[in-house]
Write a protein that binds this ligand. Structure first.
Ligand SMILES: NC(=O)c1ccc[n+]([C@@H]2O[C@H](COP(=O)([O-])OP(=O)(O)OC[C@H]3O[C@@H](n4cnc5c(N)ncnc54)[C@H](O)[C@@H]3O)[C@@H](O)[C@H]2O)c1
Ligand SMILES: O=P(O)(O)OC[C@H](O)CO
Length: 284
């Protein structure tokens, strides 16, 4: 990971105790974006000492039944196109203007389909508050010019912000229905100051209270790349397990695919991202 910038306004005021409340912006409003906006909206209400009461969600505007989607979301408190049937809360406000969403926002939750990330990052530049912090919920990796990198490191580099990652076996519709799920938060390790308990890391103290609910449990590790890679690569193993089902090879074969697949994820991470921690695999 790139070094975490820590000289900016919001982080300086955090340090001197004058920090106002965190203002949350969700960048993305698809199936997972809307599900996580609902959770963030619930948590900012109950943790009002830490967060501003409203969550702003950037929506790429589109028409649904002849009306702007943002208008429908703000009237019905439901993303009728991407998360139908779920009330996301009256304190989640849909906004089509990205600059307005970013105005004053100190906590940026980036949850876009990966193919749109570069374009959106370009439009975010120049509008991000100094000292704002980010977390990515995007699955996958960035591959260009023969090099592989995680989306967290791309976001960190492009926006000059600290970026954590949240990933797990988290199907949005199940999380939105409050079916029990686990997720792992990877926070940046600054190399020399290992926090004895990752839960005490400053980024963990921001993101965990924003995301955790009794049905959505968050584990924390100081390993952003490890979390990003495990979240993405497990889907490759999941597909292989599905192929085994489809081919009718049976449960023993599926167990073998899963066991070997997990070991391959471990080896891939350590080979291509040597900063990844082996211990992450014991928590994930
Ligand atoms: N859906 C899930 O269950 C789930 C769970 C975990 C992680 N994820 C990950 O979260 C990320 C977001 O997934 P999702 O399910 O919220 O999205 P989605 O598949 O529902 O995507 C649709 C979103 O993309 C937006 N979009 C369309 N064109 C765009 C453009 N040109 N620029 C910017 N945005 C555009 C749409 O407005 C909509 O908000 C992905 O990386 C996905 O892998 C999804
Ligand atoms: O990977 P999961 O289990 O969170 O499933 C959701 C998919 O990644 C959707 O893109």
């Amino acid at each position: 990971m790139a070094p975490v910038p820590d000289s900016a306004t919001a982080s300086a005021s955090r340090a001197n105790g004058s920090q106002t409340k965190e203002k949350v912006a969700i960048i993305g409003s698809g199936n997972w974006g809307s599900a996580i906006a609902r959770i963030a909206g619930m948590n900012v209400k109950t943790r009002s000492g830490q967060f501003e009461p409203e969550v702003t969600m950037w929506v790429k505007e589109e028409e649904v039944d002849g009306r702007p989607l943002t208008e429908i979301i703000n009237e019905k408190y439901e993303n009728v196109k991407y998360l139908p049937g779920i009330n996301i809360g009256s304190n989640v406000r849909a906004e089509p203007d990205l600059a307005k969403v970013l105005q004053g926002a100190t906590a940026l939750v980036i949850v876009l389909p990966h193919q749109f990330l570069n374009g959106v990052l370009k439009n975010m530049k120049g509008h991000v508050e100094e000292g704002a912090r980010a977390v990515t919920l995007i699955k996958g990796v960035d591959v260009r010019d023969g090099k592989i990198s995680t989306f967290a490191s791309l976001i960190s580099k492009e926006l000059g912000v600290s970026c954590s990652a949240l990933s797990g076996a988290n199907i949005a519709n199940e999380v939105a229905a409050d079916k029990y799920s686990e997720s792992t938060l990877g926070v940046p390790s600054n190399g020399n100051e290992e926090h004895e308990d990752a839960e005490d890391h400053p980024e963990a103290r921001l993101w965990k209270p924003l995301f955790e609910t009794p049905a959505f449990r968050i584990q924390v590790v100081e390993d952003v790349d490890g979390v990003s890679l495990c979240g993405a690569l497990k889907n490759v193993v999941a597909m292989a397990a599905g192929f085994v089902d489809g081919l009718g090879w049976g449960d023993n074969s599926k167990a073998a695919i899963m066991r070997i697949g997990m070991l391959e994820i471990h080896d891939f991470c350590l080979e291509f991202f040597p900063g990844t921690k082996s211990t992450t695999f014991l928590v994930f």
